[in-house]
Design a protein around this ligand. Structure first.
Ligand code: PFF
Length: 459
C-alpha cells in the first residue's frame, strides 16, 4: 500500500477516527435527544448501548476494513467475490453520500455562526425591536437571526460552498498529510474548547440544577421509545453503517490493536457528549431557558446564543462554541467524504485529486438544493418531506440500520477464515479475551436489535 495510504502514527490514527465519530451527533443531536427523552435516564441507556452494541458493531466494521484493505464496496468484492454482500457496502456508500449532501449545509451554518460571532453580528439588534429587554426579547432576537442565517437564500449557499472547498483542500492532502494532520491539530483544540466552556457553564449561578437534571437518573422516564432513541443515537454518534469505519480501518497498519482502538474511540465520543451536556444543561437552567424548545436546530442556533448574550464576553464564548461545532463537523465530513473518494480511487483507479473533485464538486449542486429547502424550495417535497428532511430521514432511519445488519450478518456468520478473531488478535500475535463475547453480540444481539430500531422508526 502506498505510503500516504496508511495512518502514520498511533495518535494520528486515533485522532482521525475520534474526529470522525465526534461530530454534530455529539454536540447537537445528543443534548437535543437527552432533553426530549428525560435527561439522565437517557444518558445511562446511551452509555449502555455504546458498550453492549456500539463497540462490537464498530469492531465488525474495523475487521472488515483491515482485512479487505479497500473501500466499503471493495472489501466485500475482495472477501466475498461473486456474492451479493457488496450490496451492504454499496448501501453504506450511498448513505454516506446522502448524509454528506445535507451535513455540508449544517457545517456551512456552523461556519456562518462562527463568522457572525467573531464579527459581533450575531448580537446586533434587529428591527423592529421587541419592547422588553427580557428573555422574550432575546428569544425574539435569536429566532430572527436564525431565520436570517438559515432560511435566507445566499448566505447559507455561500457558506456551504466555502466548507465544500475546505473539505476538498483537506482531502486532496491525502490520508497522512490531509486527514491525519488536520485531526492532530483540531482534536486537541476541540477538547481544550470543551473544557473551557465547561468551566464557564458550571460556575454560573444556579448551574447545579441543570447538572442534577442531566446526571441524576429518574428511571420512571425509561420507556421502549427511550431505549430505541438511545440505540439510534449510539449508531449515529459512533458513525456506524456509514462505511466510514471500514474505509478508515483500511488505512490502519497491521499492528493496530482494534479492540483497544474501538474502546478509545467510543469513550472519547461519550466523554465529548458528557462535556457538551455539562455545558448546555447548567447554562440553560441558570438562565431559566430549560423549558424553551431545545429540539433540533433551535438548541444550538437559537437557545445557546441566548445564553451567550447574557454572559459577559458574549462574543468570545459564542466564537469558542462555534469553533467547537465547526471543528466537530469538519473532521466528520472529511471522514464521510473519504468513503466516496476511496471508492473512486479503488474502483476506477483515479488519482486522489481526481477522485476528490469527482466526489465533492457535485455537492455544490446537491447541497445547494438541500440548503434551498429552507427558502426557495421549501414547498418542494418528497413523501411530504423537504429535500433536506427526506435525505436525513432516509439515510439515518432506513439505510444506516440496513447496512449495519448486513455487516453484522456477514462478519458474524459468513466471513471466511474466522475473520473477526484473526483481526482482533492481529493474526494470532496478541491476545484478545473478548473475542467470543464480541462475536456473540455481532451474531445474536446486534441484528435483531437493529431490526427493532428499523421497524420502530417506520412505525
Ligand atoms: N458520528 C458522526 C456525528 O456524530 O456527527 C456521524 C457523522 C455524520 C459523520 C455525518 C460524518 C458525517 F458527515
Amino acid at each position: 500500500m502506498a505510503q500516504n495510504n496508511e495512518f502514520k502514527t498511533k495518535i494520528g490514527l486515533i485522532a482521525a477516527t475520534v474526529g470522525s465519530a465526534v461530530g454534530l451527533g455529539n454536540v447537537w443531536r445528543f443534548p437535543a435527544e437527552t432533553q426530549a427523552n428525560g435527561g439522565a435516564a437517557f444518558l445511562l441507556l446511551y452509555v449502555a448501548c455504546v458498550f453492549v452494541l456500539g463497540i462490537p458493531v464498530m469492531l465488525a466494521e474495523f475487521s472488515l476494513g483491515r482485512a479487505g484493505k479497500s473501500d466499503s464496496v471493495g472489501v466485500f468484492r475482495k472477501l466475498a467475490p461473486g456474492k451479493a454482500w457488496w450490496i451492504a457496502g454499496a448501501g453504506g456508500l450511498l448513505a454516506s453520500y446522502l448524509i454528506l449532501c445535507f451535513y455540508m449545509v449544517v457545517e456551512g451554518w456552523t461556519l456562518e455562526y462562527l463568522w457572525q460571532s467573531v464579527t459581533g453580528g450575531l448580537f446586533e439588534p434587529v428591527n423592529p425591536l421587541p419592547a422588553a429587554s427580557s428573555i422574550e426579547a432575546e428569544d425574539y432576537l435569536f429566532s430572527h437571526k436564525m431565520a436570517d442565517y438559515i432560511c435566507s437564500v445566499w448566505p447559507p449557499l455561500i457558506f456551504t460552498a466555502i466548507v465544500i472547498i475546505i473539505n476538498i483542500g483537506v482531502l486532496t492532502g491525502g490520508v497522512q498529510k490531509g486527514i491525519e494532520r488536520l485531526s492532530n491539530v483540531l482534536m486537541p483544540l476541540l477538547f481544550i474548547v470543551l473544557a473551557a466552556l465547561c468551566v464557564v457553564s458550571l460556575t454560573l449561578p444556579g448551574a447545579s440544577e441543570g447538572v442534577k437534571w442531566f446526571l441524576a437518573p429518574d428511571f420512571s422516564k425509561i420507556t421502549a421509545h427511550t431505549v430505541i432513541n438511545a440505540l439510534g443515537q449510539t449508531f449515529f454518534s459512533l458513525s456506524l453503517g456509514m462505511g466510514i469505519l471500514i474505509t478508515y480501518s483500511a488505512y490502519y497498519p497491521a499492528e493496530t490493536r482494534l479492540t483497544r482502538t474501538s474502546v478509545i474511540v467510543a469513550m472519547s465520543s461519550l466523554l465529548v457528549a458528557l462535556l457538551v451536556g455539562l455545558i448546555i444543561f447548567p447554562a440553560v437552567s441558570s438562565f431559566g431557558l430549560a423549558d424553551h424548545s431545545l429540539r433540533g436546530a433551535t438548541l444550538v442556533f437559537q437557545t445557546l446564543p441566548e445564553v451567550f448574550a447574557f454572559l459577559p464576553l458574549s462574543r468570545l464564548w459564542a466564537s469558542l462554541f462555534f469553533v467547537l461545532l465547526f471543528v466537530a463537523a469538519l473532521t466528520s465530513t472529511v471522514s464521510i467524504s473519504e468513503v466516496t473518494v476511496a471508492f473512486f480511487r479503488d474502483r476506477f483507479g483515479m488519482s486522489r485529486l481526481k477522485a476528490v473533485l469527482t466526489a465533492l464538486c457535485p455537492l455544490l449542486i446537491f447541497s445547494s438544493l438541500c440548503s434551498l429547502s429552507f427558502s426557495t424550495l421549501s414547498e418542494f417535497t418528497i413523501f411530504g418531506l423537504t429535500i433536506f428532511d427526506f435525505l436525513d430521514y432516509f439515510s439515518t432511519n432506513v439505510l444506516l440500520p440496513l447496512v449495519s445488519i448486513g455487516i453484522c450478518l456477514y462478519v458474524g456468520w459468513f466471513a471466511p477464515d474466522r475473520l473477526l478473531a484473526r483481526q482482533l488478535t492481529n493474526q494470532g500475535t496478541i491476545r484478545s479475551r473478548a473475542t467470543s463475547l464480541i462475536l456473540f453480540v455481532i451474531r445474536w444481539v446486534a441484528p435483531p436489535v437493529i431490526a427493532l430500531i428499523l421497524i420502530s422508526n417506520w412505525l
